[in-house]
Design a protein around this ligand. Sequence first.
Ligand code: 3HC
Length: 310
Amino acid sequence: VFLQPVRHYSKKAAINHVLVIGGGLMGSGIAQITAAAGMKVTLVDQSQDVLKKAVSGIESSLGKVARKQFGEDKEKADKFVKTAVELIQTTTDAQQPAQFADLIIEAIVENLDTKKTLFTSLDKAASNHTIFTSNTSSLSITDIAAATKRQDRFGGLHFFSPVPMMKLVEVVRIEGTSDATFDALFDFAKKVGKVPVACKDTPGFIVNRLLVPYIMEAVRMLERGDASAEDIDTAMKLGAGYPMGPLELADFVGLDVCKMIIDGWHKNDKAQPLFFPSPMLNKLVGEGKLGRKSGSGFYDYKAQQAKQAK
Ligand code: 3HC
């Protein structure tokens, strides 16, 4: 007797309107790819200035994508950008559009209390069918979801930077996540052109649990004086085939982000040497050297940025 695999079919929710909360680099990237896939997007942030900056970043990134996709055909490229941009609305009020959203993706500051306060209010404002997700890099989805009464319609959708380029999405399942929600999130990731992987709600999920300790080991290697920053990065690019070396990548992700992740994990697991803080990383962050976004980190970007601004 051959056992047939049991195929599970769950009733999937249609996702047509997505509410993205947080107009930073991750939130605007998520809004961009969602609109480029033909879905309506409402992008929310606390200030109009951030939203304006987000939309201009989205337009410029869509321009790059369009050039790659349509080459010399400027008419098609312009139409692609215009169609996607027109699908994006911006607002400073998350409550009102929550009523009409099928999916909410939160990409705000990595602070558990701030996220919980946001989700508690969204839980009241949103429609019953709305699926809630967080793009958190390092917090527990279970802890965030505890602020709501919709455990079955809650999960994690973790994207990677730069969102328009990186193909992966981690779909995080908590104990209460229903099959219908999980399937809808998996399908959404595919619809926006990504490859989804399923993850349990463990610290760092898959990628960051491996990547952040690796970056921290590179920082410790530099701290010990075992090799220069340039040599560590060259070694990992040419010896292991990584597109960026670990210190370049730390500057790209943000040294404040790396510190916040490692400090959070260290607090919860003091005995784990992979999660030990680094005096060098702490010093750089203390000096406001946060990587590319602040003009310096392990490397200096000021000359490069001044050249690009010309
Ligand atoms: N939007 C659209 N297109 C973009 C883009 C963006 N934001 N950024 C880069 N591109 C395009 C460029 O236009 C270029 O297109 P072309 O091939 O037609 O010229 C192409 O991507 C390559 O870009 P560059 O030539 O500028 O540089 P690279 O070849 O080095 O590629 C990179 C850039 C894709 C960022 C590559 O270096 C890379 O993959 N780096 C590793 C990134 C990574 O590991 N990200 C994960 C970080 S961890 C994370 O996000 C998790 C979080 O929770 C902390």
